[in-house]
Design a protein around this ligand. Structure first.
Ligand code: ADP
Ligand code: MG
Length: 518
């Protein structure tokens, strides 16, 4: 599955562009006569040089930068057909229509193509006299149609497979458990068609998105109340995306929002291509304001006026967060990314990402970010003095809870540990070295248990101490009785005042909102 990633890395290492082909003047001529464009933009010529000289290449350029021309023009200058793999049917339609308006022979094959079209395209693929220059397909088509693969084989043998283009290539290495595994198939393409140069195209995130982390209530309705309030006031009638953890949750949140009178649509990998396309189009046309989606929604989204991206659960890594929040504010206008963070969600993610090589490291990275960002919120609103509290005893008490459990031959999940703590446990990253997640597999799911970690001993023997920074331990905070009588009231109290602001397990959602607009 990481084969394509390897290929891309290799492509990145290709040396300076071979530019012998550009000097024959055909490029400029075609640029003018076909596309009516006088000058190339930065990186376009370099990219075309590389791909025309048969090398693999990946181009990272902001949306609207002009990536398409980097393969449209080479397609016209090359013998045979350029195969373009694109994740969204609606985006393919747009490109094919635009190419046809320039009298370029371009077409697409998808699940909805009629028999006649399929037949015509298949003939054109191997016909030396055919004018077909660009053929667009979905990743599914490549992965699932053996007949299409056989046809590509013939096209290759006939010397007509000019180039393989993958639009929004970040999808290949980026996504997790939820969607479009078909891109994995692209690694096979390189093996099957070693002579065909691959051109990958991807966009970068913009920097006008403000990020904010909110405590997520354990009560679904309270989270939805909060989101509704945002959408009805701050983001009224504006375009946005809500990312959820699972396909099931996407559906639930969509229905919930609709019942609250919000124009919402749902998007995830289990919906049909037509339904996804319909939602996407309605959203582009602003008939739908909010798309509730899994990470399946995003590739190739270049709607400029997306004002908000809400993460109903935390992303699986900072890289994912940047990618997802980068879908807002493409018009460079101020936009917002809001993450609802709840400790329990960490363990839903961890059981999903644990099989990835750096999955847990990445996840703990974003957990640390969320916790820090919330601390930052508190500073910003000056909610009191910063205090440093020794919470070593508190951490030891967790280990004691685990010891007891172990002695009784039972294992605890994070939420059980939290229960043992009256639901007021500190974020896992603060005790990362002292606790660790232990994964167990059943035929149906992966379970995360909490067990003592590598440094647990140092804590128990008093070699290590743990400190957390607290913002003004407020007197109004009630002290929650500890299960462990040996635990000092003082440390338990301190942790509670922090926790009640951050975890909000069953408390109200945190209402602190960072409004950085000046
Ligand atoms: P991207 O895929 O990078 O988001 P597109 O390929 O869709 O961007 O191009 C965005 C717009 O810029 C299109 O309307 C395209 O015609 C235009 N464009 C691309 N290159 C040039 C150029 N060299 N000169 C003028 N317009 C260009
Ligand atoms: Mg594009």
């Amino acid at each position: 599955e990481t084969q394509l990633e390897a290929i891309i890395t290799q492509a990145n290492k290709t040396d300076s562009a071979d530019n012998k082909w550009e000097s024959n003047g055909k490029l400029k001529e075609t640029l003018k006569s076909v596309f009516k464009i006088g000058n190339l933009r930065p990186m376009q010529l370099q990219t075309m040089n590389v791909t025309m000289s048969g090398k693999d290449c990946i181009l990272i350029m902001p949306t609207g930068g002009g990536k398409s021309l980097c393969f449209h023009l080479p397609a016209l200058l090359s013998k045979g057909v350029t195969l373009v793999v694109s994740p969204l049917v609606s985006l393919m339609e747009d490109q094919v229509m635009s190419l046809q308006s320039y009298n370029v022979d371009a077409t697409m094959l998808n699940a909805a193509s009629d028999k006649n079209t399929v037949k015509q395209v298949q003939e054109a693929m191997v016909d030396h006299n055919a004018s077909l220059k660009l053929l667009y397909v979905t990743p599914e088509k490549l992965a699932k149609s053996k007949r299409f693969m056989a046809r590509l084989e013939k096209m290759y043998k006939a010397g007509r497979f000019a180039r393989l283009v993958i639009d929004e290539v970040h999808c290949c290495s980026q996504w997790g458990h939820d969607f479009r595994p078909d891109y994995k198939f692209l690694g096979i393409m390189k093996r099957q068609f070693p002579e065909v140069p691959i051109l990958g195209l991807t966009a970068t995130a913009t920097s006008t998105v403000l990020e904010d982390v909110r405590a997520k209530s354990g009560v679904h309705k309270e989270v939805m109340d909060d989101i509704q309030k945002l959408i009805d006031t701050k983001f009224s009638k504006q375009s946005g995306i809500i990312y959820t953890f699972s396909k099931k949750e996407s559906g639930e949140v969509t229905v919930d929002l609709q019942s609250r009178g919000i124009k919402a649509g749902c998007y995830h990998a289990d919906l049909s291509a037509q339904e996804r396309s319909r939602v996407h189009r309605a959203w582009i046309a602003n008939h739908v304001h909010v798309v509730v989606a899994t990470v399946a929604f995003g590739m190739g989204i270049d709607k400029p006026d997306v004002r908000f991206v809400i993460h109903h659960s935390l992303s699986k890594s900072m890289e994912n967060l940047y990618q997802e929040s980068g879908r807002a504010g493409r018009d460079e206008k101020r936009s917002h990314c809001i993450i609802y963070y709840r400790l329990q969600d960490v363990f839903r993610q961890s059981t999903m990402v644990m099989t990835e090589q750096t999955g847990l490291t990445n996840l703990y990275g974003i957990v640390a970010y969320c916790v820090d960002a919330k601390k930052y919120n508190l500073y910003l609103f000056d909610l009191g003095e910063v205090e440093k509290k020794d919470v070593t005893k508190l951490c030891s008490s967790v280990l004691q809870i685990l010891d007891k459990a172990s002695a009784a031959d039972s294992k605890l999940t994070a939420s059980k540990v939290l229960d043992a703590w009256q639901g007021k446990g500190p974020p896992i990253n603060r005790v990362k070295q002292y606790l660790r997640e232990d994964f167990h597999f059943t035929p149906y799911s992966t379970i995360s248990y909490i067990i003592p970690g590598r440094k647990a001993n140092l804590l128990c023997t008093g070699v290590d101490t743990v400190h957390i920074e607290l913002k003004g331990a407020r007197k109004s905070m009630q002290s929650v009785p500890s299960l462990n009588s040996k635990q000092s009231q003082n440390s338990s109290h301190s942790a509670n005042s922090e926790q009640s602001q951050s975890e909000g397990r069953s408390s109200k959602p945190e209402l602190v909102f960072v409004n950085k607009e000046k």
